[in-house]
Design a protein around this ligand. Structure first.
Ligand SMILES: C[S@@+](CC[C@H](N)C(=O)[O-])C[C@H]1O[C@@H](n2cnc3c(N)ncnc32)[C@H](O)[C@@H]1O
Length: 242
């Protein structure tokens, strides 16, 4: 999972005992060598599905862009400007090195309080690999901010995995991780909010609708199907009313 160019165990431990912002500042130079960066396979699947279903877009926004994993696909899908927003200066600095193009703007901001300066004219917003950093009761603020940044008819798109049943070892690994993080956050300040099992489609759909979106999902067939025929991964398309 980690390469020899990636962070050492000690570096990961220091990150885990920092705040989210500081933790990512520290991890930033080696972030792309970790499994936390969204893999190209997922980015390509989302790009292909969006292109097939929606065509091209005007301006694009990547919420919690990190080192810019999603900015390349946004540049290909969007004819207009592309903006990456992230809390961590360190991650944004790496994104700037990876995307020096004129059409890419990078903005330091908290996704729970997106600044009004972003405007309200994005056609497409995406987010990858960051929802675990938001507690369920913070989702409405995140979704309201993205809704406000989109033009009427604009789309907020992100992948979401099918729930993992307790019969799978991965359920125990992820539940164990979340339990350790809850203990860590109960006894240590600042908190590092990162949970794997706090973003279920049902609750997410409810919060998106409450923020004013209509919601549909498309199967990401690149990742196959479960034995009951449902997709392993879906693309959520939340649309601001036209
Ligand atoms: C796991 S990384 C994912 C980065 C990138 N989207 C990717 O898929 O590779 C999570 C990112 O979310 C950012 N982040 C966490 N909490 C945030 C917040 N409240 N506002 C904005 N960015 C946040 C972190 O700084 C980090 O860059």
């Amino acid at each position: 999972m980690f390469t020899s160019q990636g962070p050492t165990l000690r570096e990961l431990a220091v990150q885990a005992f920092s705040s989210v912002e500081r933790g990512y500042d520290l991890l930033a130079p080696k972030f792309d060598q970790t499994p936390f960066r969204t893999p190209d396979r997922m980015l390509d699947a989302v790009e292909e599905t969006l292109a097939r279903h929606e065509g091209t877009f005007g301006a694009g926004l990547d919420v919690c862009c990190g080192t810019g994993a999603g900015l390349g696909m946004l540049r290909r899908l969007c004819r207009g400007r592309v903006t990456g927003v992230d809390l961590s200066e360190g991650m944004l600095a790496e994104a700037g090195l990876a995307h020096p193009e004129e059409r890419v703007d990078l903005v330091r901001a908290d996704a729970r309080a997106l600044p009004a300066t972003l405007g309200d004219s994005y056609d497409l917003a995406v987010s990858f690999g960051a929802f675990g950093h938001f507690l369920p009761d913070e989702r409405p603020a995140v979704f309201a901010g993205v809704h406000g940044a989109l033009r009427p008819g604009g789309v907020f798109a992100f992948p979401i995995g099918a729930p993992i049943p307790p019969s799978r070892p991965a359920w125990w690994v992820l539940s164990g991780f979340d339990a350790v993080m809850r203990v860590r956050n109960a006894v240590w300040r600042p908190p590092f909010v990162m949970y794997y099992r706090t973003f279920p489609l049902s609750g997410v759909r409810t919060d998106l609708r409450a923020a004013g979106f209509t919601v549909e999902t498309l199967p990401l067939d690149h990742f196959g199907r479960r034995p009951d025929g449902t997709p392993n991964w879906r693309l959520v398309l939340a649309r601001r009313a036209a």
